[in-house]
Write a protein that binds this ligand. Structure first.
Ligand SMILES: [Zn+2]
Length: 480
């Protein structure tokens, strides 16, 4: 759909939307927990009314549910159900799966707008299943102010002043595709020359020395990275090769462990805070000094539920969590199975934030330790591999399992409409290309006859990247 492409970028500054959203956020926090709940209820009613009227999928899915019913009465949805009826799911007839697929197939369009108005990203998330997400301008304005809300909770006046003197944000992420993290930074860079200079992505997929040199030259005030990547950067800093002095380090995209965060905080001499986000709704919650995540509960509903769909009591880890994104109308996300395990804090958080506090167990893939031809061990981050599946059209679910010092077994579940042979060749080409860039040309890739294996242990989450020994993803973070 060539008409759906906008090579100029097409992002306005949308100051009016942001001002309105920002004012609403401030009012919600001043009003406290009751004010936040009131706003959430009103937005749930508006979203469900709109989705029932304009999304053919939800009109069918919600048949029999009375208009204005409480959120808990709407049946949950899965990614598979929504992706199977993508064109019926979206509320704008200009958005079509075929058009979005060809848009995300073009890396030149990363961060630009689809049909002149939408931010698009592709992701597999915790469940490992590839999907396409479309966000409208109203949602983008809300995400921007929610990110600012997190910063207002994190920074002291002194730190704001220091950040003004060094207003540079480095995001160490997977690049080369329309992924939420890199795509978002790229869309922000297209807004104005200030952001174009201040925001930069650094690829975790390239050689380590290049990443270290790039970060040293950029000297960011704010450092964002996956926890596994921050662990590797902390090792580089401790070894004296990296010389960063960030004011704050922010982790996201995977489940952080206290050990990695503490080590990074010591090595970089700054606080480390976690962000909980998803491609379905960019900011879900932000970390506080007490180690809890506070949900943006005026714009996001997270319902921890058991395997049978009943609500999980506060204080207990859930089987999964249902997400409702109250900001995005073009592709409604209502009671969507996100796949993460969430524990809700039963009492108010001592940090004083009025937003509800949770803990999350999400993506927990392994760092692979592969032997190069010269005998050195190269660490491969899970979120360097996962995007290669996301970028390969026709992959429904993929999994990489290390079976020897230099052997990987690849399990694939392919879309019924795609040719399995073509999908395999496309994927293996990407994997081999990546291994080449990190000096692992010797690593052999085997195509497994069996499909990806799901939850291997009761209560365990699906892992897309599985290491040789089950020694945990951070066991060798300091090794080089
Ligand atoms: Zn707190």
């Amino acid at each position: 759909m060539a008409g759906g492409r906008d090579r100029s970028g097409g992002w306005g500054r949308v100051p009016r939307d942001e001002l309105r959203a920002g004012l609403g956020l401030w009012r919600a926090e001043v009003a406290g927990a009751d004010g936040i709940t009131r706003r959430r209820h009103a937005r749930v009613a508006a979203l469900t009314t709109d989705a029932a009227a304009h999304s053919r999928f939800y009109a069918d899915h919600w048949r029999g549910v009375p208009a204005g019913a409480p959120l808990a009465e709407y049946p949950p949805v899965t990614k598979l159900e929504l992706m199977a009826r993508f064109d019926d799911w979206v509320t704008d007839p200009r958005v079509r799966r075929a058009g979005v697929e060809s848009f995300v197939a073009d890396p030149d369009l990363i961060g630009s707008s689809y049909v002149g108005r939408y931010f698009v990203c592709t992701s597999s998330g915790t469940t490992g299943r590839r999907a396409l997400f479309v966000h409208d301008r109203g949602a983008i304005a809300v995400y921007r102010v929610l990110n600012l809300r997190a910063e207002f909770h994190w920074f002291t006046a002194r730190q704001w002043f220091d950040l003004l003197r060094r207003p540079r944000l480095a995001a160490v992420v997977a690049t080369g595709g329309h992924f939420a993290g890199a795509g978002w930074i790229e869309s922000e860079r297209r807004r104005d020359p200030f952001r174009a200079k201040a925001y930069r992505t650094f690829s975790i997929q390239g050689p380590r020395a290049e990443l270290v040199a790039g970060l040293n030259a950029f000297n960011p005030g704010l450092l964002m990275a996956y926890p596994t990547a921050l662990g590797l950067l902390a090792a580089e800093q401790a070894a004296g090769r990296l010389h960063l002095r960030p004011l704050l380090a922010v982790t996201g995209g995977e489940s952080a462990t206290a050990g990695t965060s503490d080590r990074a905080a010591t090595v970089f001499g700054c606080p480390v805070r976690d962000l909980y986000g998803a491609s379905e709704c960019d900011p879900l919650a932000f970390g506080c000094r007490e180690g809890w995540l506070h949900v943006h509960a005026d714009w996001v509903v997270l319902e921890p539920v058991d395997a049978d769909g009943s609500p999980t009591p506060a204080g207990e880890p859930s089987h999964t969590v249902l997400l409702t994104n109250l900001a995005n109308r073009v592709q409604p996300i209502v009671r969507y199975d996100l796949g993460d395990s969430v524990l809700a804090r039963p009492d108010p958080c001592p940090c004083g934030c009025p937003l509800p506090a949770i803990r999350v167990t999400g993506r927990h893939d392994d760092v692979l330790h592969l032997r190069a031809a010269d005998g050195t061990i190269v660490d491969v981050l899970p979120l360097a591999l996962v995007p290669l599946f996301d970028r390969t059209r026709g992959v429904r679910l993929g999994q990489v399992v290390q079976t020897g010092p230099a052997t990987l077994r690849v399990r694939l579940d392919v879309d019924s409409t795609a040719d399995a042979e073509t999908v395999w060749r496309g994927l293996v080409g990407r994997l081999a290309g990546y291994l080449h860039t990190v000096g692992l040309d010797n690593v052999e890739l085997f195509r497994a006859p069996e499909p990806p294996e799901g939850r291997e242990r009761p209560g365990a989450k699906f892992r897309q990247v599985i290491g040789l020994a089950d020694d945990g993803p951070f066991a060798h973070a300091g090794r080089d």
